[in-house]
Design a protein around this ligand. Structure first.
Ligand code: HEC
Length: 156
């Protein structure tokens, strides 16, 4: 009986030796870390937004940057400049230019960048106070103004 113990011990030793050795011996085939980066599909800028917008916007809201010149200003020209810009600047408010808009009225600013809800200009349109005569901006047009303000109200 005793003569079996030694070979068994030896076997156990060998097995344990192998067991510890194997992890290193077999270089667990490194799963070819999926280096399958798709051929950078740089989504072409859909609209004619200004370069600065691309730089600041990483990948979050790339939906649509509202352009002041191309989208917001035409709304003011259609519905507001009759009284705010050009000949008349009611309440000192000139909506015919970016500077005039940002300057505000005799009473102060009429919009707060990044905060359309607190912007007087938006509130007055929503309440139906402005324009106080003639057709009003459509809901889509009002939304464009709101989005533009919430995107920082930049002169783009
Ligand atoms: C028919 C003339 C008229 C039109 C069109 C008009 N407004 Fe006015 N707006 C006024 C007058 C007058 C006042 C000042 C008295 C008052 O608040 O009603 C005023 C005041 C304002 C004020 C408040 C200024 C302040 O500090 O109290 C804002 C903001 C404003 N208008 C925005 C607009 C916008 C935006 C449009 C276009 C969507 C517009 N208005 C179109 C006549 C007009």
């Amino acid at each position: 009986m005793k003569k079996f113990i030694i070979p068994i011990l030896l076997m156990l030793l060998m097995i344990s030796a192998c067991a510890t050795a194997t992890p290193q011996a077999t270089p667990t085939a490194v799963p070819a870390t999926s280096t399958s980066v798709p051929p950078t599909q740089t989504a072409l800028p859909t609209d004619t937004s200004v370069p600065t917008a691309e730089a600041t916007q990483s990948n979050e809201v790339v939906t649509s940057n509202i352009s002041f010149t191309n989208q917001v200003l035409p709304i003011f020209q259609t519905y507001c400049v009759e009284c705010h810009g050009g000949i008349r600047t009611r309440e000192g408010l000139n909506l015919a230019s970016y500077d005039g808009l940002m300057f505000g009225s005799f009473n102060g600013v009429v919009l707060i960048p990044n905060n359309a809800n607190e912007s007087l200009l938006v509130q007055l349109i929503q309440q139906g106070e402005m324009p106080n005569r003639g057709p009003s901006p459509s809901s889509a047009e009002l939304q464009a103004i709101i989005d533009w303000i919430n995107q920082g109200a930049i002169n783009n």
